[in-house]
Design a protein around this ligand. Structure first.
Ligand code: SF4
Length: 247
């Protein structure tokens, strides 16, 4: 997958549009403009809902009804989000919105696109907020174990070493959040792990890697038609291999 995505760069020919991705992208855009325009102090709940129409995308939905159901859900999510945003407006202000953070690790540059970071007025703490449009619930453990959230914390901490940094996942469908933070020791261990992972990627000859049927991954992978052709050329019974390996 890495070879096809990043070395051969053929993803644009194979990636399918999906309702979940479109829905998430639409909500992210609506929330980005909401915060860029001043948040709940400047934008009312009806105005936030009206923004949805200007950023709405239709690709990936199975039917007009399917799309309409998602639009109703999006309106509900944005109204709930606006109320939550109003409740925390006094204690926080946006520090950055939809930004790519980078940190030079020597052999490579670690990057991460962050939905939003809020600054807490009480102690200057930086809270990284990540929107999850498909989730109804989230726990502290979910945040703690999410690789992306730990990378965001590392990126934020390294560029703001004097600040307390923690991460929050906002489960938009449920209107709930959970937060967790990494200790300095955990950050150092993560840094080591990422350095090892980055070095492995840099040193691997991806051109020489052949696709091998993976029962957990392949059925959901957009590149399956491409890999299937390669397996057919090799005379492999890939369907049986996927099922056999799954057992
Ligand atoms: S179909 Fe399977 S082997 Fe091919 S890129 Fe996807 S996950 Fe990898």
């Amino acid at each position: 997958m890495y070879r096809l995505e990043y070395v051969e760069k053929v993803g644009r020919f194979y990636h399918k549009s999906r309702a979940g991705f479109t829905f998430g992208s639409t909500l992210h855009q609506a929330l980005q403009t909401f915060h860029e325009d001043g948040g709940s102090a400047a934008v009312s709940a009806p105005e936030l809902v009206a923004k949805l129409e200007t950023v709405w995308q239709s690709q990936g939905y199975e039917s007009a009804e399917h799309e309409a159901e998602h639009k109703v859900e999006a309106v509900r999510i944005l109204e709930t989000y606006h109320a939550a945003s109003e409740a925390r407006a006094e204690a926080t202000k946006p520090f950055l919105i939809e930004k790519m953070l980078k940190w030079d690790m020597g052999l490579f540059v670690l990057t991460g696109r962050i939905d939003r970071i809020d600054e807490h007025s009480a102690d200057g703490a930086l809270e990284i907020v990540d929107y999850k449009s498909g989730r109804r619930s989230v726990s502290e453990e979910d945040v703690k174990s999410a690789l992306a959230m730990s990378v965001y914390q590392l990126l934020t901490k390294r560029s703001n070493p004097d600040r307390r940094v923690y991460a929050t996942i906002h489960a938009l469908r449920g209107g709930v959040t959970a937060s967790a933070s990494y200790t300095e020791e955990e950050m150092a261990a993560l840094e080591d792990e990422l350095r090892g992972m980055g070095t492995l990627i840099l040193e691997t000859d991806f051109e020489a890697i052949q696709p091998i049927p993976l029962p957990e991954e392949c059925p959901y992978c957009d590149f399956l038609p491409l890999c299937t052709r390669a397996w057919k050329r090799e005379g492999r019974d890939y369907a049986a291999e996927l099922i056999l390996t799954a057992d």
